[in-house]
Ligand binder design. Structure first.
Ligand code: SF4
Length: 291
């Protein structure tokens, strides 16, 4: 891997063990892209490799941004860029609803009915999708880069830094938790107090197009503003989310381990019937809790 990593040099000067690998986890939204842009420009330590985990249900705009912006700019900078995957979240959800197969579920909303008030009826599945569709394939790719075979221990042999692009105002998401001791999570944007507005400013200053927020098409974390924006800007993607939402409950479909109907929206209203007219689009790109 490259030795042109200023973070590595800083660590060595401080007498700390330099990581064997510095990996940027690339969501392809504004925060992780700004982290990369600043890394390439020398405003942040440079990563050794950039890895994007594709859940299989990324927005078309995100896929295009990865192919047209991130991939060529990594190539021009001499930084290896990988797209990895651990299945297709959209297809796995549909299969689970029809055949009750195992699903690393998104935080879907469940109707516990009966009851008049939606707030009393609504339940939420634990979010497992981030682990299976993002963390697992990235760790697998890192192991491959280190030349580790299946089952071979990394702990005690390797020290990897994985950098996550989380902006300062979302610092509560920067938990530092990962089940692998040999991977240390770092949050360069949080450490420097850089907000999403700072990220957008950095992208513009460095001549990078500003991407949309990265999240799965049907992510249940989406706010009404985010759904309304998608319906307006990409009706095909919105129609796809509506179709998947309906299929979760069609013909008695239900997910493994429950007979409760599942919804993408917390109102327990089918997405296609949600009244999005007049929804204020402000904040459409900043719904919280996402991965
Ligand atoms: S964006 Fe949403 S649905 Fe997609 S992996 Fe993250 S939490 Fe799950």
């Amino acid at each position: 891997m490259t030795t042109r990593n200023t973070g590595r040099v800083e660590l060595m000067r401080a007498g700390l063990r330099a990581p064997d690998l510095v990996v940027d986890s690339m969501g392809a939204g504004r925060q992780s892209t700004a982290m990369l842009a600043m890394g390439i420009a020398g405003e942040l330590p440079r990563p050794d490799v950039v890895i994007h985990a594709d859940t299989g249900w990324e927005r078309p705009e995100t896929i295009a941004y990865v192919d047209e912006v991130i991939r060529p700019r990594c190539k021009a900078a001499g930084i290896p860029f990988m797209v990895v995957s651990n299945g297709n979240l959209r297809e796995d959800m549909l299969r689970s609803a029809r055949e009750q197969t195992r699903l690393a579920s998104p935080p879907l909303f469940m109707d516990k009915g009966p009851g008049k008030r939606v707030s009393k009826r609504v339940g939420k599945l634990r979010r497992q999708c981030t682990g299976d569709y993002k963390i697992v394939p990235i760790v697998r790719a890192i192991r491959g880069l280190l030349g580790l075979r299946k089952g071979q221990r990394a702990a005690g042999k390797f020290h990897v830094v994985e950098r996550i692009g989380i902006a300062a105002e979302e610092s509560k998401r920067a938990t530092g938790k990962i089940e692998h001791q040999w991977i240390a999570l770092q949050y360069p944007l949080v450490e420097r107090g850089l907000t999403t507005a700072d990220c957008i400013a950095a992208l513009e200053r460095l001549g990078w197009p500003v991407p949309i927020k990265s999240a799965c098409v049907g992510c249940p974390f989406r706010s009404p503003a985010s759904w309304a924006r998608m319906e307006q800007d990409n009706p095909a993607a919105f129609a796809d989310a509506c179709a998947v939402d309906a299929e979760l409950r069609a013909d008695g479909n239900h997910l493994q381990g429950t007979t409760l109907p599942a919804y993408l929206h917390r109102s327990l209203v089918p997405l296609a019937e949600l009244d999005l007219a007049g929804v204020d689009l402000a904040g459409a790109e900043s719904f919280g809790g996402e991965c």
